[in-house]
Structures are given as structure tokens and as C-alpha cells.
Ligand binder design. Structure first.
Ligand SMILES: N[C@@H](CCC(=O)N[C@@H](CS)C(=O)NCC(=O)O)C(=O)O
Length: 220
């Protein structure tokens, strides 16, 4: 049984989760692997407590434990999970298409999950009065100006970024989750809006849905 260590917390307006931990949860669900979730306290992560650094040398989540293996970084974990089980392969077989899928996954990680998304997402973990509305709007503006136009162009008429659902779409599941809570209007970007809804309709989204509590999504 694989154990996923991540940050998740129930709020009256939905369950909030680490975006990178959500990437891993989606792949565990897509691959049909048995897992359980252990929630790590955000305070322990932010303070970089020794017990966190012992598992993840950068003091972040997610990490997984699979027998003797302790593995961190959502991209590395997801490649491992994809190779561990032959079920539902999440990368194309052609080498150039495979590389392109990895490049798009990296685009989402660097350009969205590490850049604009935290500006929107981090304030949701604080009481409303303490949220930085300017920072949230800056994040939304970045999505509108840089990310959604790129998605419109890359998706073209395809359902998913590389045709079939792949690891390239996995970080975008976390985007779909954040924007479900945030309620950001995406209607100006028709392809993107339909794409995000398509991602939310996948059964694996149930593992990270803000509508489902920490307990309800503790494992497979
Ligand atoms: N590249 C890492 C990024 C992990 C990451 O930034 N995780 C966030 C939560 S979504 C975190 O632990 N942040 C705490 C910190 O940076 O101190 C991955 O993909 O797993």
C-alpha cells in the first residue's frame, strides 16, 4: 500500500489541498493503485521541522512511501507511479510525443503551479478578512493574459493537451480544483472552460474534489 503525504484541510466552502499533492492523488486514482493519505500539518511544512526534512530534503509536500522507498516531487512520483503499473498508461509511446507531454507538464508546473496559481490559492487557506485581494487578482490576471491563451492554442480541437489524457493534463486537474473554489470566470476562453470541466468530469477528480472531505478522500 502506497502512503501519500500531503496537505489537505476542510473549510466551510470546500476542502483545500496542496496542488502538487493533488497531482499525485490524481495519478494514483488514474492508475488504480491502492493508497492511503496522511495529512501533514501546514505549520510543520512551513517551519521545515526536522521530521519533514527527513522525508523531503526541501521540506515540502508531497512525498510518498512505498515499502522502503521514500520519494518526493510530484512529477518524479507521477513518472514512478506510471511505470509501476501498466494500467492506463499516461505517456504516449512515441519518443517525441512523450517528450512533448513532459514539456507541457513542466510548463504547467513552472508557469502555473509555481507562479500564478499560489497567488490565488494561498489566500483561500486564511480567513476572508486576511486575504490579499490584490494578490488574488494578480494571479487571475496572469492566468488570463498568459496561461489561458496558451491553452486555447495548444488544445486546438483536442480534448486533452496531447490528444489523449496524459501526465501533461495532471497539473491542470489542480488548476481545475483551484478555480472551482475560486469561481473565476473563464468563459472568455471557450476551449479552456470546456477543458477544465472535462477534467472535473473524470472519475479521478473525485480524489481531489473540493466537494469531498479529507476523510472521504483518504484513499482508494
Ligand atoms: N516541485 C515540487 C513542488 C512542491 C511544493 O512546492 N509543494 C508545496 C505545496 S503545493 C509546499 O510544500 N510548499 C511549502 C514550501 O514551499 O515551503 C513538486 O512538484 O512536488
Amino acid at each position: 500500500m502506497i502512503t501519500l503525504f500531503t496537505m489537505e484541510r476542510d473549510y466551510p466552502y470546500g476542502t483545500l489541498r496542496s496542488t502538487n499533492g493533488s497531482k499525485t492523488k490524481v495519478v494514483l486514482a488514474e492508475k488504480g493503485l491502492a493508497y492511503q493519505t496522511e495529512t501533514v500539518s501546514p505549520g510543520a511544512v512551513w517551519k521545515k521541522l526536522p521530521e519533514i526534512l527527513a522525508k523531503h530534503p526541501l521540506g515540502k509536500v508531497p512525498w510518498i512511501e512505498d515499502g522502503d522507498l521514500v520519494l518526493y516531487d510530484s512529477t518524479v512520483i507521477n513518472e514512478y507511479l506510471n511505470e509501476k503499473s501498466a494500467n492506463n498508461p499516461l505517456l504516449p509511446t512515441d519518443p517525441s510525443k512523450r517528450a512533448l507531454a513532459r514539456a507541457l507538464e513542466n510548463y504547467a508546473d513552472e508557469g502555473v503551479l509555481s507562479k500564478f496559481l499560489p497567488l490565488i490559492w494561498m489566500p483561500w487557506w486564511s480567513p476572508e478578512a486576511q486575504r490579499d485581494a490584490d494578490s488574488m487578482e494578480k494571479g487571475r490576471q496572469g492566468m488570463r493574459e498568459q496561461i489561458f491563451p496558451f491553452l486555447e492554442q495548444t488544445l486546438a480541437d483536442n480534448d486533452y493537451l496531447c490528444g489523449e489524457f496524459s501526465l501533461a493534463d495532471v497539473p491542470m486537474m489542480a488548476v481545475a480544483m483551484v478555480l472551482e473554489v475560486d469561481g473565476m470566470d473563464v468563459s472568455e476562453f471557450a476551449q479552456t472552460e470546456a477543458y477544465l470541466q472535462r477534467l472535473r468530469n473524470r472519475p479521478s477528480y473525485q480524489a481531489i474534489s473540493p466537494q469531498r472531505s479529507v476523510v472521504e478522500t483518504a484513499g482508494s
